[in-house]
Design a protein around this ligand. Structure first.
Ligand code: GDP
Ligand code: IMO
Ligand code: MG
Length: 441
């Protein structure tokens, strides 16, 4: 069967922790979208692993697959694999031949397009990894796929078509001095060699066939979503979004495993007990103004600084209309709620239960970001819970969670109409309380 892990909010919900927990029961862990814009943290016995591209199952020695829906920067991939090897792991990562490659010019264009957009407040605060420009070329049918790196003649042909266009864009439209990143010969040499390494290490696969053969044998596959529902290119707060589909439908299109198979499995939404956001755009429940001290407290306690970029994350109260939107879009069969420990000890705990927009009460997100930005949250207050020994709570199980925190969890579960499968009370694998294992459901 399959279990799909999806971010319910704006990314960084703690997906890595749950992929690590349940990845232990899977045979393969596959990413289906995004690239090295992701930053997934796994903490095992105090050892922290920050993974951008290698699927989080690597920490459990599982086969990791980067599906066709991913955009792959092979240089990041190799350096991450090399680093993990230095730490004593032996990650077995396979890359879809249909996945698109992030090329050096994509990263340069990401930076200059963001800068150009910032004059009109349209910059998304990207991670600068070349994600958007690579997906653009995929949709424009001028991208370079992993399979193209394996055949120097094909690679050369593709580059000769696309690179001069990119050079003209950089120089004539954006007025920058295009360097080696836009030089056909230099790019060809470097990426031909990358193709050689991929070939030598037998890293490329036909993802659908590869994953399908595991499923045919009765094995279990975990799909690791990156980013989150509200930064999905279709269902998120466009244009402040990423360029792929983190939502559950992406697990099918991004791997070559049919939606009926994904749908017969479990789809688990990962929820952070409050909101964090790296990037720009509106955020109705953001803690600003008089609440800035509270935001600072949560940011420090929760370590809310970007895994990839180190940027301080913006902080807000839980946005419940956003969760209802996520539950419908993804069809959650269950949820995991993380960071319950971070809210402990606060004087007040609130959620945005609904929005007020032009005198109307809304229970889910409007379709345009302009309207969303005008929403006033109707806040609902919860009884706060105090600090406890969370490691001891994790060891004792769900009933040991403070009663007020359990009331908060019950409320979330009711609003998204999905049972709670796990609760995170700290970053370590041992600090996730499991109520149900989706592979047993
Ligand atoms: P992801 O991108 O969704 O995998 O999440 P990130 O790794 O970017 O950010 C989540 C951060 O919170 C990481 O530093 C995790 O180690 C940490 N984390 C995950 N779950 C919990 C939790 O329940 N409590 C606390 N305090 N930290 C958590
Ligand atoms: P994980 O998997 C949070 C945000 C960026 C920016 C927008 C577009 O760790 O949850 P991009 O570089 O993708 O073109 O940036 O999306 N963003 C994320 N925010 N978590 C992530 O990944 C993110 N990946 C991209 O900040 O607003
Ligand atoms: Mg992250």
């Amino acid at each position: 069967m399959t279990v799909t892990i999806v971010g319910s909010q704006l990314g960084d919900e703690g997906k890595g922790a749950l992929v690590d927990l349940w990845g232990g029961d899977a045979d393969v862990v596959a990413r289906y979208q995004g690239g090295d814009n992701a930053g997934h943290t796994v903490v095992e016995g105090g050892d922290e692993y920050k993974l951008s591209l290698v699927p989080s199952g690597a920490v459990r020695d599982k086969v990791g697959v980067l599906g066709n829906g991913c955009v792959v920067n092979p240089k990041t991939l190799f350096s991450e694999i090399d680093e993990l090897r230095e730490r004593g792991l032996d990650p077995d990562v396979r890359v879809a031949r249909r996945a698109h490659v992030i090329m050096p010019y994509h990263r340069v264009l990401d930076g200059i397009e963001e800068e150009a957009k910032s004059d009109s407040d349209l910059d998304a605060g990207t991670t600068g990894r070349g994600i958007g420009p690579t997906y653009e070329d995929k949709a424009g049918r001028r991208g370079i796929r992993v399979g193209d790196l394996l055949d120097p003649d094909v690679l050369r042909d593709r580059l000769e078509y696309v690179v001069p266009q990119k050079r003209a864009l950089a120089e004539d439209v954006f007025g920058i001095d295009a360097g080696e990143a836009f030089d056909v010969d230099a790019v060809f040499e470097e990426y031909r060699e990358i193709g050689e390494r991929l070939k030598t290490e037998s890293m490329t696969v036909n993802a659908g066939e590869f994953l399908g053969s595991f499923l045919d044998d009765g094995d279990d596959v975990l799909f690791e979503g990156a980013q989150g529902t509200s930064i999905d290119i279709d269902h998120g707060i466009y244009p402040y979004v990423t360029s792929s589909n983190p939502t559950a439908g992406g697990a099918a299109t991004g791997t070559g495993i049919g939606p009926t198979v994904v749908g017969r499995g479990e789809v688990v939404g990962i929820v952070k007990a409050y909101l964090s956001r790296v990037g720009t755009g509106p955020l109705p429940t953001e803690l600003t103004g008089d609440d800035e001290d509270l935001a600072d407290e949560i940011r420090e306690k929760g370590g809310e600084f970007g895994t990839v970029t180190g940027r301080p994350r913006r902080i807000g109260w839980l946005d419940v209309p956003m969760l209802r939107h996520a539950s419908r879009t993804n069809g959650f069969t269950g949820i995991a709620v993380n960071h319950v420990d971070v809210l402990a000890g606060l004087d007040e705990v609130k959620v945005g239960h609904s929005y007020d927009l032009d005198g109307e009460e809304l229970f889910t997100m409007p379709a345009t970001t302009e309207r969303w930005g005008r929403c006033e949250p109707n806040l609902r207050e919860f009884e706060p819970w105090g600090e406890v020994d969370w490691t001891a709570v994790a060891a004792d199980g769900y009933d040991a969670i403070p009663e007020n925190a359990r009331a908060y969890l019950d409320y979330i579960s009711t609003e998204v109409d999905a049972p709670i499968y796990a609760v995170g009370v700290g970053p370590d694998r041992e600090e996730t309380i499991e109520l149900a294992n989706p592979f047993d459901e």
